[in-house]
Design a protein around this ligand. Sequence first.
Ligand code: NAD
Ligand code: UDP
Length: 336
Amino acid sequence: MILVTGGAGYIGSHVCMALLDAGLDVVALDNLSNSNQASLQRVQSLCGRSLVFRHADIRNEEAIYDILRACGVSAVIHLAGLKAVGDSSVRPMTYYENNVLGTMRLISAMRKAHVKTLVFSSSATVYGVPTYLPLDEQHPLGPTNPYGRTKLFIEEMLKDLYRSDDEWRLGILRYFNPVGAHESGLIGEDPVGVPNNLVPFVAQVAIGKQEKLKICGNDYDTPDGTGIRDYIHVVDLASGHLSVLSHLKQPGVLTLNLGTGNGNSVLEVIRTFEAVSGRPIPYEIGERRAGDVAICYADPTLAGETLGWQSTRSLAQMCADHWRWQLNNPCGYRGT
Ligand code: NAD
Ligand code: UDP
């Protein structure tokens, strides 16, 4: 039985889907602070298998311990956390409490329950401003915002944990920019309020929920002046979790980038989305967003060599799948 914390969320629901599809049993835990349980109902009807859902908070050590014991959990995929970069500067202590303290409580419950296999959702944001590209796992770390620092502190905590007890099997996955949705159009990203991220915002412009996109700067040192990121299909990302789980047979700490190795500019994303949706994406050029870097993309070689994993879906497929989800669910899960 695999415990997925944050299982009802965007990435979590796709991870649950991948695990169930692979024949594994799943208990999904979520406090539903940024998600809707309907995602998991859809996951179950899509794959024709059921999972266990527990409405709980990772900061509640007793509740986690009870779930680990009662469900016979053998490994944890830990996605629960707050993730809005801008918000983390406004409410840093909330982020440290939720993400760092929450992970400490989770680990404590795992130790008591003798469950010592953990896969953690980290982020490319731990690299901060790139000093060279593509970003490999050896690149110096230096996140520029509180959210990124919660990820870095948790990474360091996990490494210390292993140094103190070499029975742990730890996977640290540094995600680049997850976008897209399951090809069914039934599960996807359901942001609360105005989306902060590019692709969800573009999708809302395409469907008419937002009037136009503001491009955050077109004076970067990139071919078209707009920022470049490594967008990765959420289904490819989810399959990476399956690969790392089956690889964590030996104790150790495995830190891997999950990205495509390709960079695309904001204008390329807009054009691709227009092409697959057949809808215009009006935009205006605005100021640079504080803390944004010009270019960020992964060197995914290590994940390829270690796991035999690589992303397979193109930017066009990411946009097409994101669009199908948006079109079928204009109000996200709240319409269900
Ligand atoms: P999400 O908000 O959709 O999912 C996170 C889930 O965790 C939500 O369902 C939320 O309700 C739950 N949660 C939050 N705090 C909790 C707590 N204390 N106890 C129990 N549940 C809690 O976000 P996502 O995009 O699916 O991200 C999943 C993980 O991946 C996060 O840790 C995030 O930081 C990380 N990540 C995301 C991205 C991205 O761009 N989406 C990039 C890099 C890393
Ligand atoms: N971006 C933009 N307008 C928006 C949101 C994002 O131009 O409304 C740009 C942003 O400056 C960056 C890229 O799109 O170059 C991806 O931003 P996102 O927030 O999705 O990811 P992150 O910056 O966290 O990598």
